[in-house]
Design a protein around this ligand. Structure first.
Ligand code: PHB
Ligand code: FE
Length: 337
């Protein structure tokens, strides 16, 4: 087994390849972090500590972090490891949101240019994902992440979120909704009607007025926990997603997010964003709407494949306005003014 001492690695800007370990997996360094996996676990080491995550959980989390370009705010892989997005720079953190790690002097954060972390994480995910394991799909739909290094799955890892310029169905934002172009209805949504709305536009407005069946569209999503932008109105982004099993990250918001549960049921565990202290459990049934405050972190559970609309305000000014107290972190405070 390869043994690494992190303390004597040089501080470097990009990923350092430390070769292959006895399990066949690459060992990598990023700054003073090292990343290693074996047949069951990913182990991350930093000068004052180390942490172990089940390899499947690690790969599902790092895959979302890469695909979402570090998302809004904090992407916690679990209660210890994660990234914080500064939109151009990214913090890679260990124990940052854990009082116990802080008290023990084991918390550690290093900041890198976004593209450095993006490239590093993609290299790690590529090397550590075996043939047959797809970190984007529901557990029942994929092979195993475990065992010795066995092939790779670059097609699965390079999926990007689908984003509409204006709205799915508008010219240029063609809906992907037929079996013919490789988007069959997921078995869990075989009861979702596939009929499309009829649009009768006045002459000359055929390109301006569009409509599509969002349920039918989502029933064909092959991935889980991967919100896609289906309509954009300035900073207002409608990002529906299909959910099954557990959100692979614990998302620490830097702005208010709205959820509309479109079908079935999800449970959200809500914790304090800075400490992880439990705050609430939110049960959302079809039709329920919730606003997730800017100072929390949350993880969703979907026992059966469900449809969720995440409504995001993508304004680049929001994190500073909220962090400085200029804007409240709760929408109810806003409405009470
Ligand atoms: C969120 O953190 O708000 C989030 C992320 C991915 C999802 C749903 C919600 O699929
Ligand atoms: Fe979130």
């Amino acid at each position: 087994m390869t043994q690494l001492s992190t303390s004597d690695l040089p501080a470097v800007a990009g990923l350092v390849d430390h070769g292959t370990n006895d399990h066949g997996y690459g060992v990598f360094g990023l700054g003073s972090f090292t990343f290693e996996r074996d047949e069951y676990f990913a182990t991350v080491r930093w000068p004052s500590g180390h942490h172990r995550i089940s390899a499947d959980d690690f790969l599902r989390a790092i895959q979302r972090d890469i695909a979402w370009e570090f998302f809004y705010g904090t992407v916690n892989f679990d209660g210890v490891l994660g990234t914080v997005n500064h939109y151009g720079r990214v913090d890679v953190c260990a124990g940052r949101f854990s009082k116990e790690h802080q008290a023990a002097g084991m918390a550690h954060t290093e900041t890198f240019p976004t593209e450095v972390v993006a490239e590093a994480f993609l290299t790690i995910a590529d090397d550590w994902t075996n043939e047959g394991f797809d970190p984007f799909v529901a557990p029942r739909e994929t092979g195993s992440a475990f065992g010795r290094k066995n092939g790779s799955n670059p097609e699965a890892l390079r999926r990007r979120r689908v984003t509409a310029e204006r709205m799915v169905g508008a010219p240029g934002d063609e809906p992907l909704r037929t079996d013919d172009n490789g988007h069959p209805v997921n078995a869990a949504f075989s009861d979702v009607p596939q009929d499309e709305p009829v649009v009768r536009a006045e002459a000359g407005f055929a390109d301006e007025l569009v409509a599509f069946n969002l349920f039918a569209y989502l029933s064909r999503s092959p991935v889980t926990f991967n919100p896609s932008v289906v309509s954009a109105c300035r900073d207002s982004l409608a990002c529906p997603t299909t959910e099954e099993y557990i959100l692979p990250i614990i998302h620490g918001n830097d702005r208010v997010e709205w959820f509309i549960q479109l079908s079935d049921e999800m449970v959200w565990e809500i914790e304090d964003g800075a400490t992880g202290a439990k705050r609430a459990t939110v049960v959302m049934k079809a039709g329920d709407v919730s606003a997730m405050p800017a100072d929390i972190r949350h993880q969703g559970y979907s026992p059966k494949r469900s449809m969720l609309l995440v409504w995001e305000n993508a304004s680049t000014q929001l994190p500073d306005l909220i962090a400085s107290g200029t804007l409240p972190s709760h929408p109810d405070v806003w409405s009470a003014r």
